[in-house]
Write a protein that binds this ligand. Sequence first.
Ligand SMILES: [Zn+2]
Length: 434
Amino acid sequence: MDPKSQLILPTEYAADDSQCIVRCTSEQHRTLERLLYRRYPNEEWGTFFRFGYRKTSWGLVICFVDLLPPNLDDFDPKSPLVEFSPGYINRALGTFDEGDFGIGFIHSHPQGCRPKPSRSDDDMDAYFASEFEKFSNGRPFVSLIASRNADHRRTFSGRCFHRGHWMPVTEWLTCGSDVLRRERSLLAPNKPSDDCAGLERVTELLGESTAPRLRSAVVGIVGCSGLGTPAAHVLARSGIGEFVLVDVGFFKKSNHERNHASRASDLHHSQIPKVELLKRLIHEIRPSAKVICLQADVLDDEVLDQLVRCDLVLGCTDSYYARAALGDIATHFSVPVLDLAVQMGSKDGVLTTQTGEIARYMPGLPCPWCRNRVNAVQIRAETASDEERAQAHAAAQQAMDRGEDGAPYWIGDHPQELTVGYMTSIVGSLEHFK
Ligand SMILES: [Zn+2]
């Protein structure tokens, strides 16, 4: 058989710069490492795995779901390379019927060998891509190669076949309660230049690798006012390389007291997006930082496309549906989220409550619903149309006229949280230590 005549070789990438990034949890990463290196140091091992994915404006994000590990008789034990039995391939193909997940393959190269695809890896990937396409109904195929040297330093490469084109896997993000790691693929295009100006102290404190790691990090900030601006201010000074700023609103005079990005001259303008003010502040501190401004709602497609690239997302909003959405993004895409909130109360001119809360969402941790930080009635109130509001108001009034509780119909408009700057600044800056 000469299948190569119809195959698209993975050495040619699509011309449009699209990329693929891989995300997994640290627990999945540990399981994978145990399996991949079990025949180390001289022999390879590999496994199929299942992943969820999202097509984005910049390419594709792939999130590990589970491994489809081989049985001992699925590979030829005498071969130092990974050679599959047809039974194993068929078992993997069979899982296409069990859900909408994609299937990928990952194998190791012997210890100390670069994870650069060999000629036989090229042939194998081309074969799998074309074979899987017949059954996958348009789902992508991903192939990854990992290796490590004697002191356990890991490198990887990868590529992804989707709708007739190959794209490089450029980065692999591993997120868990104890680790947040971004690794660049051997096949990724040029590395961004390092601007580590003013980071001497953090380098002395935490070591040489800290400044480049901060430089490679992408932080999403949802809500660019009282909490988001002090958070970004601190992060810009600490050398974070890229920011994704999300806020649908315009700067108002009443924001000036808490917004670290506004100036006196901004008070005379009414149409400055909050994201633009914060971009200006970040660039005054670190001109080389990349800043993506999205004057959009958290539920917009482009916002999700950008948040799934982030190392960390800060929830700096007081809207309940945004909080619920961030909880879902954390769980489904393995994106760590720190959700910041401040509550203040007063009576007769005296402060009675000052609460700052920072909650962390990620796979394996309680979500905003489990933590009682959102509820369905409040979300319904926030997202209702004017007509729905009027109907719910009327239903609540009728219930109360009957002597019943009106709250199940309408909880009332969610009042603006009244907070002042010193408290939002403290909580926004504290995110750094979490
Ligand atoms: Zn190989």
